[in-house]
Ligand binder design. Structure first.
Ligand code: ZN
Length: 434
């Protein structure tokens, strides 16, 4: 049969077909925040089982549509992935052949912008990565549904999805940073910003037996301001090169939290604390490294990195402040860490005279994710050692203060835990005793 005829026949069939399959119903959730439609995610459960993960299309903020088999479901309607406000949880009954509309007004919650912190997930893949699934235009809505303040796209060794991602984001007024996961066989590094770029990975670097200096230099020459050692103790372990002649220390960031916190992340954190003890001021970063928007356990924007930006948010200002270590990393708890009456933040250096004290302060805040949760503890870490631990019982909000008298040059970081095991970590405040 002629191809055109086949197409016409298929079109006629499609138009004649019932709007939705037998035994199913349609659900549209309309999500607003402060009366304005917002990008949102809807997770559909039946008991413990996740039936569907749906987002609004990037063209229609706040309208999440699903076709579901007849039955009873729990919908978890969310903007912010549990970081900025509670999810809205609602039970619905879907009837065969019926269409349901649901209005959900999310609670305002809290944005750490009030503290000067803007969040992003600086390691995210689209379907331009061979192992990626998420369409780049819809990735914009997914990142906005996570309530991120700016979006990153870092595919493996290519920038094919950059134009559509950037144009879609611009159409939605969503600032983005375009970058790349420079992917050798054994080692991965994120570099940004980079556009229209092909990495330079000499064969011996590809194999992980030569210094990646030409690769780093090439990326920087093409505009990269920051280079990150990605999941450096995982199965692509750049930190295996530590102490070897082919280790190049000329990177800026260390990916301490990559997706769910695992043993390799704990090892990376331990390595980073060692760097800090040696005075090497690498910056700790948290990313999801997500590839699939419909996957339940990998979630874009979880974990994420909050950066303190003075003045208006621009991608350049965010990257510059990140490079200075003005950042905290988190799976849930929000941590506003300051010193000396709010005059110093992570990345800053406080100078004191011998015998003087330093005053550390922190505000903590935690929202429920699907289930209620509370703050559990806050550790003050000085030069890699826990020197103070605050514990909490029922609190979801706290402010603490700790006065210390360091005898020598020191760094202080905070590590917070929630009752569900989720954690946050800050970059250090440096103290110089002069
Ligand atoms: Zn990777």
């Amino acid at each position: 049969m002629n191809r055109l005829l086949v197409r016409v026949a298929l079109l006629v069939l499609a138009l004649a077909w019932p709007t939705f399959p037998q035994g199913t119903g349609e659900v549209e959730v309309r999500v607003t925040l402060g009366g304005v439609p917002v990008d949102a995610k809807v997770l559909v459960r039946q008991g413990e089982k996740v039936i569907e993960i749906a987002y609004n299309s990037v063209r229609e903020p706040g309208r999440v549509r699903m076709t579901l088999p007849a039955g009873t479901y729990t919908l978890v309607v969310d903007r912010g992935a549990g970081f900025h406000r509670p999810a809205h949880i609602v039970q619905i009954e879907v009837q065969s052949g019926a269409r349901r509309e649901l209005e959900v007004a999310l609670s305002q919650g809290f944005s750490p912008k009030a503290w000067g912190y803007y969040c992003a997930d600086p390691h995210a893949h689209s379907n331009a990565s061979e192992d990626g699934v998420t369409p780049p235009q819809e990735l914009v809505a997914v990142l906005m549904a996570a309530d991120l303040d700016l979006g990153f796209l870092t595919d493996h060794n290519n920038t094919h999805a950059h134009p559509v991602f950037a144009e879609t984001a611009a159409g939605r007024g969503f600032p983005v940073v375009l970058g790349m996961e420079i992917t050798a066989i054994r080692w991965h590094w994120n570099a940004f910003p980079l556009t229209n770029y092909t990495p330079d990975i000499p064969p011996m670097v590809m194999l992980g037996v030569a210094k990646p200096t030409p690769t780093f230099d090439h990326a920087r020459k093409h505009g990269a301001k920051l280079i990150m050692a990605n999941h450096p103790h995982s199965s692509y372990p750049y930190f295996d090169a530590l102490g070897k002649p082919y280790f190049d220390p000329n990177f800026d960031l260390v990916e301490v939290m990559n997706g769910k916190f695992g043993e390799d992340d704990a090892k990376t954190l331990a390595t980073l604390l060692q760097f800090w003890n040696e005075g090497k001021k690498y910056v700790a970063v948290a990313t999801s490294d997500d590839h699939d928007w419909k996957e339940q356990t990998d979630i874009y924007g979880w974990p994420r990195t909050y950066v303190y930006v003075e003045g208006p948010l621009t991608p350049e200002a965010w990257l510059e402040a990140l490079g200075k270590g003005r950042a905290f990393l988190t799976y849930g708890p929000l941590v506003n860490f300051t010193a000396q009456g709010g005059t110093a933040r992570p990345g800053d250096t406080v100078a004191i005279a011998p015998g003087q004290t330093v005053t550390l302060e922190a505000e903590l805040l935690l929202f429920p994710r699907e289930a209620p949760r509370t703050l559990k503890s806050l550790q003050v870490i000085r030069n890699g050692q826990v020197v103070k631990e605050f514990t909490f019982t029922t609190e979801t909000q706290a402010s603490v203060q700790f006065v210390d008298k360091p005898e020598r040059n020191s760094w202080y970081a905070l590590r917070a835990f929630a009752s569900d095991g989720e954690q946050a970590f800050t970059n250090p405040i440096w103290v110089e005793v002069r």
